[in-house]
Design a protein around this ligand. Structure first.
Ligand code: AP5
Ligand code: MG
Length: 194
């Protein structure tokens, strides 16, 4: 099973993915986490990505697509499926993902789309900035991440709706528990028997 957890910066993709992981035995693959780990070990890819991430820009598709291809290959058969967090983030990435899954007769099975007003999300990220010091949690980088999301990432949702993939739109305001209750209810009919 291949699921996507989708949504703007700060909408709770990582927070909810951790819970879906425990509930459904779907491995959590976050491209943001993978890139931050590459940056921490100062690989060539990590250093190039870190420069862009710090400004809130997207990292080029040519760097992301091979990473996802390798990780999906590695995970095959080891868990019930994979929940992708932060990928695909452009329609080009979505097409690349669809093509790599189609080779094995697979497809994206569901999308969980978290939604909340930008003002709330900015507040959450600035709150995290005070606690965790992620390099892209500055006011300027957050604005840029929001802009990239609305311009380049939001159209990915239309891509999957158009392809007939079930998209569960979830109100991401409220406590993490409240949001997870909504996610859980929405996933129930999509995952039973899979
Ligand atoms: P990525 O790491 O994916 O960051 P993001 O999309 O900006 O989202 P965040 O991780 O900040 O938020 P989230 O939605 O996961 O929410 P979280 O649970 O953490 O990507 C970072 C960068 O990497 C990109 O900008 C880009 O440069 C690059 N990149 C990654 N993938 C790429 C790709 N495919 N292509 C190109 N570039 C790519 O929660 C946020 C905060 O809110 C936390 O402090 C959390 O504790 C809190 N919180 C969560 N839920 C709630 C709640 N319900 N109520 C109150 N607080 C909450
Ligand atoms: Mg995240």
């Amino acid at each position: 099973m291949i699921g996507l957890i989708f949504g703007p910066p700060g909408s709770g993709k990582g927070t909810q993915a951790a819970r879906i992981h425990s509930e459904l035995d779907l491995a959590h693959l976050s491209t943001g986490e993978i890139l931050r780990a590459e940056a921490a070990r100062r690989s060539e890819l990590g250093l190039e990505a870190a420069r862009l991430m710090k400004e809130g820009h997207l990292v080029p598709d040519r760097l992301l697509v091979p990473i996802i291809r390798a990780r999906l290959q590695e995970r095959r058969g080891r868990t019930r499926g994979v929940l992708l967090d932060g990928f695909p983030r452009t329609v080009e990435q979505a097409r690349a993902l669809d093509a790599m899954l189609a080779k094995d007769g697979r497809r994206v099975d569901f999308v969980v789309a978290l939604e909340a007003p930008d003002e709330l999300l900015v507040k959450r990220l600035l709150h995290r900035a005070a606690v965790e010091h992620r390099p892209d949690d500055t006011e300027a980088a957050i604005q840029e991440r929001m802009k990239e999301y609305h311009q380049r990432t939001a159209p990915v949702l239309e891509h999957y709706r158009g392809a007939g993939v079930p998209v569960a739109e979830i109100d991401a305001a409220g406590s993490p528990d409240e949001v997870f209750a909504r996610v859980h209810d929405a996933l129930q009919p999509l995952t039973v028997g899979k």
